[in-house]
Design a protein around this ligand. Sequence first.
Ligand code: ATP
Length: 326
Amino acid sequence: MAPIEVIDLTKDYGSVLGIDSITFSVEKGEVFGFLGPNGAGKTTTIRTLLGFQSPTSGTATVLGHDMTNESEFLDAKADVGYLPATPKFDDSATGTEILDLHASIKGDTRREELLERFDPPVDRPVREYSTGNVQKLAIVQAFMHDPSLVVMDEPTSGLDPLMQQRFNEFIHDEQQRGVTVFFSSHVLSEVRRLCTRVAILRDGRLITTEPVESLLNRSGKVVHLRIGGTVDQAAFDFDGVHDLDIRSMRGTQVETQLSDERDSDLKLRVDESDGTETVTDVSFTFTGDVNDLVDAVTPYALREFDVEEAPLDEVFMQFYGGEASA
Ligand SMILES: Nc1ncnc2c1ncn2[C@@H]1O[C@H](COP(=O)(O)OP(=O)(O)OP(=O)(O)O)[C@@H](O)[C@H]1O
């Protein structure tokens, strides 16, 4: 059985449906992203999954245990880590005292290793902690009993960029060890880097569940060409070309650089300009066969050839804004 199985889960708050009959599962070793605009139902799902509140109907099974059944849910929680969006601790206690308490309930086989990695100031009372230090303590607490499943609600919101990067590397290592991770996030670059699959929620309903790669592939690549001379528009009238834009310029100084701003992009620039030739910029979104694209550009004198992923925020906005369907 998958570590998380959610079937027809519904939470009716009376005035509003928090989640409306959602169904999904998370497989072992997946890093599964749970996304959606504010009020979509992410926290409601997480709270119901962890047994903090009961659903109106439907089932939530975690590590084979029915989380709507109180005795089962205690068994499941021994092997689950939870990192809330805004961790709350007894602020008169020191970090060490807080970790000791959690260790007595769930164990702490990985405490030292995690303290080395995240380094919260455990000798000081939590009331003296910065937001980031509270988050670091919460990370140690969530992982120190070596859970096989970790549920996180916007885990990096309080962390600085360096610590976010360290956390992302840590999650990657955890995945290699076979740990299953379920997390909600608004940070799309983090979702891109970490997640194998995502579910997108809107107004309490599941809009789609699919691999990040297929989500991006479906949205196509953004292609920019700079070509020496002029271009016949018909040359780019083939399957998979959308939003074609062609502009010719005379006497333009062609920029020359061989730089790669983003790892995932292909950028090719050729310095052959004397600064006075006619050049044509061609750009479009491409969802077709890459061989057709190569055939189309072969007759031309290419000065630049950039292929980029569709901007992630645009891809997700299609789902958030309601223009796309599952
Ligand atoms: N305890 C509650 N009582 C009544 N309504 C609630 C309660 N908790 C959440 N809701 C409502 O349920 C809906 C889903 O809220 P939820 O907090 O799950 O969204 P979310 O996706 O986590 O949002 P955010 O990104 O802002 O954290 C919202 O309309 C919210 O107002």
